[in-house]
Design a binder for this molecule. Sequence first.
Ligand code: 13P
Length: 258
Amino acid sequence: VARKIFLAGNWKMNMLAAQVPSYFLDFQQELDRPLAEIKGGVDLAFAVPYPLLAAVHQQDSGSFFLAAQNVHAATSGAYTGEVSIAMLKEAGAFASLVGHSERRQYYGETDESVAEKTKALLSASMLPIVCIGETKGQRESGATKDVLQAQISAVTQVLDPGDQVVFAYEPVWAIGTGLTATDDQAQEAHAFIRSLLGKALGEDFAERTRIVYGGSAKPENFAGLLTQKDIDGGLVGGASLQPKAFAAMANLALAATR
Ligand code: 13P
């Protein structure tokens, strides 16, 4: 099965709406093909802060997936400070990150809440981008596979084999540190994740579901990561804030299109 490459920028808590037009000018200038043609080869996504959704949606959103960085599982209610799926849809979003390690570390996101949010997004025909990955301590103590297994099984329990989900393997020790997993380390984790998906939901699901890599991905290391057979794209933090660097990664993804 040829899996279409999925490349998402995660702006985290950066950028202002006022900067969005010039970001997209620079981004498009650097792309090898017109933005409107990218989706023929690569699924491109931008995960942006809530107040920036509308501004990014105005930038030719038919060419890419607009995504939030988090969402609440309930449809509405007394949840001060939270944002519902209907609100995301109204702002033009089609996807949301779920369970980013920064949300797990700083805001108490658990495997259970990740599963709940994933299910809620799917029920609303939105695309969940489910983030998983081990910490430095967990890798060093040999617990990587156990951690991934626990994180994956919480989510696969609520999935059906027909569901559309993207998984992002983001080793916490590689996020924002400049330390990328080597191609082999990443491939090993991705292959393990795919095997878990196969056991839980069947080979068809495992073969067609994209597993993307995140953690200090940048133009200099992205081509190598994309040569690995179970790495289906990237979730990019820091480098996605630089429009030319992120466009260079989109160009590499287009060139690697299988
Ligand atoms: P960096 O690319 O800045 O390491 O961040 C990765 C990440 O967390 C993307 O979600």
